[in-house]
Design a protein around this ligand. Structure first.
Ligand SMILES: Nc1ncnc2c1ncn2[C@@H]1O[C@H](COP(=O)(O)OP(=O)(O)O)[C@@H](O)[C@H]1O
Ligand SMILES: C=C(OP(=O)(O)O)C(=O)O
Length: 628
């Protein structure tokens, strides 16, 4: 396996500035009280109970776990990295799902290649019931089976050992049960183009065979590196140290996948993860289909083949988010390349402002054992250090005996690494380029995030209909959490996957000052905003549909009483951008229409600011709606 794969990202990146967290031992701060959010502690349960008992209209519109965490740990103690759990037989009861939700599951993943639609429907309904009855906010993702051309089964319930020199048949013949030394391949054409002497590698190196004879569609192979054959093992072929790329003519979405997608639409899922995406076309096709049905389900592209890596940029551009599916990817690229490819995927997603999940084998040993290996914890921490949006459990939660515990390992390891990363000196920082079509929103959020870090504010508040500005803020990975107030439930559920974003469902009106007053008052009445706290506010919801849409950055010092006129606005920048910008080349804007008015800040705005001033007062008719 000597093939070399290197992704070259053309984008530089930045990280937020460091903060001083005080007490350190050997240069590393030790367990600040904020890390130990323990859903089992009686104090935490008491807080949750009180919140649940409170009247619905007094509730903040954010989920019960975040609200409890916030009450206990304050703004800067909130975990930023989101957690996805695969639901399987080990965690599919109402009670088990509740435990995962309490443990911080942000998104539940259902892999449609296992189990029946009835089973999946039952799980989805339980999750929605939990959200409704218990105040959770768990989003639902279905994951399509896709055209897996390289999955093989031996028919036995557990693993089989392949010994050195033993002879095995890999066949496309379908039969029930198991036959000695016989493996069923899932795809008719699995042996096409394969020659004698090629190497057949199982699960990225679990066992290796040499092809000694091709018999029709079947292969007779000799084991040359002994190992285990697991149910649904993944196969790859190698020749002269290079992967034999098996361009498969099957569509990315099979008939079964389309039926599963219809099912997902009917059940109101929030995300569809597409397996074995080959290029942007398949993603666009599904997105178009969903938009014709007026569904705002987010489409995630799973990056799990060499082919998808070759077209990574176009795929990331086309989709709403990405899953770095290391299980299958590790079958197609040499294992030692996984860490760097993973980092490149994360960087590109961040640059192109798409959330990214890192999946598979994070805590694999916890399927069987109650503690993870040190190497697994290091892997989890590395994903967090690389600033992925989300971590995903697979078998650990779906079939493992310690799913809840595995989730708590993700929670504590990510909280610890996030804290450590914030303490790192800004030497590590790289600049986020201005690469997005909506440069105005991008620059606004870049500056807002940097200001938030520099000023050490406690939270960023953003008012958003479609999540765009919240996402752009998250992309900067700022130190304070980003509270995204939205009146769209689909936006709330989608933002659940984004790093550091706390989505809050509220009634937003066209009166932005009214929205700000209402939400900050609510935060204050909950004791979340306290005297002396500072928040930075970013908004781009239209003020009056027929007048202007504006981008505002305000810094509020909560000196006394936010709901009174005495609220001190220590700085306020109002940037109104002409509505006709979207007709200009180069920098169209979803959410920035109006007229430049007031000061722009930071060097990043200089050139755009000048362009804007030149456009002032052109007299064209204002646009009616905008999006956040
Ligand atoms: N809905 C389900 N029903 C039964 N088993 C499941 C289900 N979902 C997942 N599993 C089990 O959990 C394991 C991990 O799931 P998954 O992350 O989907 O990985 P994969 O299917 O690639 O092995 C699977 O191998 C399977 O054994
Ligand atoms: C998440 C993955 O995909 P699946 O579980 O569908 O094989 C993976 O391959 O890592």
């Amino acid at each position: 396996m000597a093939a070399d794969f290197a992704l070259v990202s053309r984008y530089p990146l930045t990280k937020p500035f460091g903060m001083d967290f005080g007490k350190k031992i050997f240069g590393v701060s030790v367990s600040p009280p904020t890390i130990g959010f323990n859903v089992k502690s009686s104090a935490t349960r008491a807080v949750m109970h009180t919140l649940l008992e409170s009247k619905k209209e007094d509730r903040l519109g954010l989920d019960i776990v975040t609200e409890t965490e916030l009450t206990e740990k304050g703004f800067l103690g909130l975990r930023k990295t989101k957690l996805v759990c695969t639901v399987g037989p080990a965690c599919c009861s109402y009670h088990q799902l509740e435990k995962l939700a309490l443990g911080g599951m942000n998104v539940a993943r259902l892999n449609m290649c296992h189990n029946s639609k009835d089973w999946h429907q039952d799980v989805i309904r339980k999750i929605k019931k939990l959200n409704l009855e218990k105040g959770f906010c768990v989003s639902v993702m279905i994951d399509t089976e896709g055209s897996q051309i390289h999955v093989a089964d031996h028919g036995a319930p557990s693993s089989l050992k392949a010994e050195d020199g033993s002879i095995w048949y890999f066949t496309t013949e379908k039969f029930d049960g198991c036959r000695p030394f016989t493996i069923q391949a899932s795809y008719e054409g699995f042996a096409q183009g394969i020659k004698e002497g090629d190497e057949l590698v199982v699960d990225g190196g679990m066992a290796t065979f040499e092809v000694i004879e091709r018999i029709g569609n079947d292969l007779r192979c000799k084991c040359i590196d002994s190992g285990l054959l697991l149910p649904r093992a993944k196969l790859s072929f190698w020749r002269d140290g290079k992967l034999v790329e098996k361009h498969n003519e099957l569509p990315t979405l099979s008939t079964k996948d389309w039926s599963d997608i219809e099912f997902g639409i009917t059940e109101g899922v929030d995300f569809i993860a597409m397996s074995f995406v080959k290029d942007a076309d398949a993603v666009k096709h599904l997105k178009n289909y969903l938009s014709t049905k007026n569904k705002f389900i987010k489409v995630l592209a799973k990056i799990e083949s060499l082919e998808s890596l070759h077209k990574l940029e176009e795929i990331v551009e086309a989709c709403d988010g990405v899953m770095a599916a290391r299980g299958d990817l590790g079958v197609e690229i040499p294992l030692e390349q996984i860490p760097t490819v993973q980092q490149e995927i994360i960087d590109l997603c961040r640059q192109l402002n798409k959330p990214v999940i890192v999946a598979s084998q994070l805590l694999e040993s916890m399927i069987e054992y109650p503690t993870p290996t040190r190497a697994e914890v290091a892997d989890v921490s590395e994903v967090v250090r690389q600033y992925a949006d989300a971590l995903m459990l697979s078998g650990e939660s779906a079939v493992g005996s310690y799913g809840e515990k595995a989730l708590s390992v993700l929670r504590t390891a990510s909280a610890r690494m996030e804290l450590w990363s914030r303490e790192q000196p800004p030497v590590l920082l790289r600049e986020l380029g201005s690469s997005l079509p909506d440069q105005i929103a991008e620059q606004t959020c870049n500056c807002a995030a940097q200001m938030a870090n520099n000023l050490g504010v406690d939270a960023i508040l953003v008012y958003t209909r479609h999540g765009q500005m919240a996402s752009l803020l998250s992309r900067n990975r700022p130190n304070p959490p980003v509270f995204a107030f939205t009146n769209e439930e689909t936006t709330q559920m989608a933002l659940n996957l984004q790093w550091g974003v706390v989505p809050v469902l509220v009634d937003l009106s066209d009166d932005m000052e009214g929205n700000i007053d209402k939400t900050t008052h609510l935060l204050k009445s909950k004791g979340m905003l306290k005297q002396g706290d500072a928040v930075l506010i970013v908004s781009d919801v239209i003020a009056t549909p027929t007048v202007f849409q504006s981008l505002q950055v305000k810094i509020y010092s909560i000196v006394w009483n936010l709901c009174s006129e005495a609220a001190s606005s220590s700085a306020s920048f109002l940037l109104k951008i002409p509505y006709f910008l979207d007709k200009m080349d180069g920098w169209t804007s979803d959410g920035a229409n109006g007229v430049v008015d007031g000061s722009c800040w930071g060097s990043g705005f200089g050139t755009i600011g000048e362009k804007l001033r030149g456009l002032k007062g052109s007299g064209e008719k204002p646009k009616e709606t905008g999006q956040g």
